[in-house]
Design a protein. Sequence first.
Length: 576
Amino acid sequence: MTLLCTFIGPAAQATPLTADPIAVLDPDSDTPEVPESWTTEDGSTPESVELDINDSQQTPSSMARVAGAGFNTGDNVVANSDHYTINLAGDSRIEQLRPAVNAAVADITRMTGGVVNLQVGGALQGSHTPADHEITVYLDDTPQSCGGSPWGKWIGCGGTRQGYYRSDRTIVVTSGVTYYPTRVLQYSSAAQTQFVTHELLHALGLRHYDGVFEGTTQLMHSNPTVNSTQTGDANGIRFLASNRGVIGRLDTAAGAAQAISVTGWAIDKNTSGPINVHVYVDGKFAKAVTANAQRADIAGQGFGTAHGFSTSVATTPGTHEVCVYGIAWIPSTNPSLGCKTVTVYSSRPPVGTIDSAASTVPGGLTVSGWTLDPDTTASIQAHLYVDGKFVTGMTAAATRNDVASAYGRGAAHGYTFNVGGVAGGTHEVCVYGIDTAGGPHPKIGCKSVTVVANALPIGRIDSATARGWGTINCTSDDQCGSATDPTYTTAISGWALDPNTSASIQVHLYVDGIYHSQVTASNTRNDVAAAYGLGAAHGYEFELSSTTPPDGPHEYCVWGIDSSGGPNPKLGCVTL
C-alpha cells in the first residue's frame, strides 16, 4: 500500500485554526516494493497483491511513473476498480467527517465524468480492512496509522490497499485506505474536503505530481495551492479507468428452431488469456461459454485474436431479448456486451446452398443449387434476389439425388434460375429458402457475379404499304362484270437483330397500341449481314388482310424481343 501524508507544520497545535490552511504534502512517496516471493501463477486466476500498511520502504522519486499529462501513478499501477464503496471507521466522531467525504466524492465525480463509481457507505466500528472495491476512511489517533510515523505534523495519509497482478506484472488496484487524526475536525469544512479529496485520489492510485499542468498546480501536488480536483488529477483517474475491465461486443443474435445463436468477442484488459461470457435470455442466466475462438478482426485491440465466442441456447418459441455479459478476470463489474431482440420459431428453418451462379449470356444470370425444409419431404419455394431486390421465385423440385442421400428428405429439391435483363457489372446474387410453416426464411447463400452488359435489339421498318383489290368475273374477253370479293392488305417489312447473338429473334406488331401478331425475323437480308456481321437471317414481313376497307388511319409499331429476356425496344412506327 502506498501511504502518502499531508502535514501542516509543528505538531504542538492545540487550538482550532480560524482560517483554512494550505496543506503541505509529503514530497516523498512511501511505496512498498513487491516481495521476491510474489510469482506469476499458472492458469487464469488473478494473483492478488496485498501490502502491509506499516511497510514504509521508499521508492526513489526517479522511479515515479509519469502516466500522462498532469499526473503520476504508483509504480506499476496501471488501472483501478470501476466502483468503490467508501466506508467510515475508527473514532466515534467519524460521522463528523462524512460531509467532507461526500463533498470529495462529488468533486472527483464531477471532474472525472464518473469513470469511477464512488458510493459513500456507513460507519463501521473499530478496525476494518477494506475488501475489493472498498476504501476505508479512518479517523484515528494511533501513531502507527501512517507508515509507522507518529502523527506529529501529519494531517492525513492515504494509499492503495490491495490489487491484482496482470499478466505483464503491472497492478490493478482494487481497494484503498485513508487516515486522519481527530484534530482534522478542528479545520473548516473546505480544508477537510481538500484533505479528504487528496487522500482519496491516493487511494484510487495516484501519486504526487509536482509539475504545472494547464497553468496551475494540481491537487496531487506535494504543495498544492488549490482546494479541489484539477484537470491533471482527473486525467490520472481517467487514465487508470481506460486500462481496466472488459471490452467486447455481441455481434449477432439469431432465432432458430427453439434456440438462439449468438456470436461476438470479449477481452479483459487485465489478462491476455480468454475470459468467460454469460448469456442471458429475458433477464435470466442461460449459458456460460469461454471466449477463446479465433477472431483475426480484433487483433488491433492488442490482446491477441483468441477472444471470439459462438454458441446457442435453447428457449421457447416467441420473441426474446438476449444479452451477453463479459465476466471480469479480476472481481469487478461484468459489463453488458450488448442485447438484441430475436424471434424464435417452433420449426426448423430451411437449409440449402447455391452451387453455381454465372452470367452465360449478356444481361443474363443462371443460378443453381438446392433447398429443403427439414420438417417436410415436399419441395419448397426458393426466392432469388439480386442486389437485395426480389427478382423471381420458383419451386425447388429438380432431382438432386445427392441431397436425398445427405438429408433423407427425398430428391426433389433442386432449383435453377435463368433470368435476363440484368444490368452489366458485378452483382450480389442471393437465394432464400421459404419455410413451409411460416417460420424464418433464411438466406441459404449469396454469390458475386459479373454480368456482361446486354446490348438491346436493333432494327427498323423499311417499307409499309396499304392496298385494296377484288376478283373481276369476265364472260368473254370484252365482257367483264364488277369486282367481287374485295381484299384489303397492309404489308410492313424490315429487319431486326440482337447484337448479342447471330440467331434470328422474334418481332411483335402492335396496331394502335394493341398487340396484333408476331413473326421470327429470319428472312434473308444480305445487306444486314454485311453491315453487322451477324448473318443474314434477320428480315421480317407482316401482312394483314381484311375484306372490309380500313375505317381510318392506324398506327403500326414493331418491337424487337431481346433474346436474353432484357428490355424489348420499339424498332419503329408508321401510320397508314
